[in-house]
Ligand binder design. Structure first.
Ligand code: NAD
Ligand code: UDP
Length: 319
């Protein structure tokens, strides 16, 4: 049986990746320190013999007994309000954590895939963003702790690839959504849906003309799976190119949820990227991948999930 280590396993993406690799017949070793994750996301897997869980902070030396075929390094705060609250841990998990996982991959002869992000493009001056674009990041701005940690992560990954011959993969993930996002993580989809469910107005930051392109989690997981199994070791964008302004998106959510609330405008956070859309030519060509789930279907499924959450979860709000 192939063995895979997944860091950040109790988080949104990590937990879906655990499900996928269990389904593919792998032995899954899940690792997390629960700083932004929740064991609820993986508790359904605890009864399985093919699944084990380690509570561990990956910025500390990582030891896993036995052989390892693959490592997916997904541990990192991912939401702006999370990484603004824990900036040093964010830098550490991208830098020291990645170093530890690459060292483990080298020792075990495992292939390692690291979760990079569209944020490495910063507030992009090239649109849509191709993998060749170097980005436009404010190193000392509040988001710099995340962006630069991820940029360092890519550099050290390529150094282990070139210098130590470790088999590496780099996925640049664009805004992904779906069930198991934390309702209070501050990202725009849980924020708007939580507000609709609590009967609050929807808070659009700035004038709402900034754009994002949202990818449903099942599509993202499929792209990551294909990239891991491919022999391509340079970064690949995985995201949904269907772009929308945040203002229009708020209107879509109002329609979907049937809320009678309105949109209100708040200050735009510093360095909030004005536009974001992946160029996915590479993923199409190399992985034969493109997203299949449209926004309407994906948002409906996500809203169904948020509706099942308890009143207590709903009240835990950052707004
Ligand atoms: P998440 O916050 O739901 O999950 C992150 C997980 O990592 C959490 O369970 C957290 O407890 C864990 N973690 C954080 N620091 C850790 C540490 N030092 N040791 C062990 N575990 C630690 O976020 P997510 O959306 O699932 O993101 C997962 C990964 O994907 C992150 O690396 C993120 O940068 C990347 N990513 C996500 C998106 C997205 O849209 N969801 C976009 C780009 C990149
Ligand atoms: N946003 C918003 N209202 C909110 C939360 C976010 O208008 O309550 C905006 C935010 O300013 C950004 C976009 O929605 O322009 C996406 O934000 P998110 O935090 O989801 O992701 P990121 O900025 O990292 O792409």
């Amino acid at each position: 049986m192939k063995r895979i280590l997944i860091t950040g396993a109790a988080g949104f993406l990590g937990s879906h990746l655990c499900d996928r690799f269990i389904k593919e017949g792998y032995h899954v070793i899940a690792m997390d320190n629960l700083i932004t994750g929740d064991l609820k996301n993986i508790e359904h897997l605890f009864k399985l013999e093919q699944f084990e869980y380690y509570h561990h902070d990956v910025t500390k030396f990582v030891h896993v007994p036995g052989k390892l075929d693959y490592i997916l390094h997904f541990a990192s705060p991912a939401s702006p309000i999370d990484y603004l609250k824990i900036p040093i841990q964010t830098l550490k998990v991208g830098a020291l954590g990645t170093h530890n996982l690459l060292g483990l991959a080298k020792e075990k002869g495992a292939r390692v895939l690291i979760a990079s992000t569209s944020e490495i493009y910063g507030d992009p001056l090239v649109h849509p963003q191709t993998e060749e674009y170097y980005g436009n990041v404010n190193t000392i701005g509040p988001r710099g702790v995340y962006d630069e940690a991820k940029r360092f992560q890519e550099s050290i990954t390529m150094a282990y690839n070139r210098f130590h011959g470790v088999e590496t993969r780099i996925v640049r993930i664009f805004n992904t959504y779906g069930p198991r996002m934390r309702l209070n993580d501050g990202r725009v989809i849980p924020a708007f849906m939580g507000q609709a469910l609590r009967g609050e107005d929807l808070t659009v930051f700035g004038d709402g003309s900034q754009t994002r392109s949202f990818c449903y989690v099942d599509d993202e997981v499929e792209g990551i799976y294909r990239l891991l199994m491919s022999d391509y070791d340079l970064p690949v964008n995985i995201g949904n190119p269907h772009e929308i302004t945040i203002r229009d998106f708020a209107e879509e959510i109002i329609k979907l949820t049937g809320t009678t609330q309105k949109v209100i405008y708040k200050d735009l956070p510093q360095d909030d990227p004005m536009q974001r859309q992946p160029d996915i030519s590479k993923a199409k060509e190399i992985l034969g991948w493109e997203p299949k789930v449209g926004r309407e279907e994906g948002m409906r499924k996500t809203f169904e999930y948020f509706k099942t959450l308890s009143k207590e979860d709903l009240e835990k709000t950052e707004h």
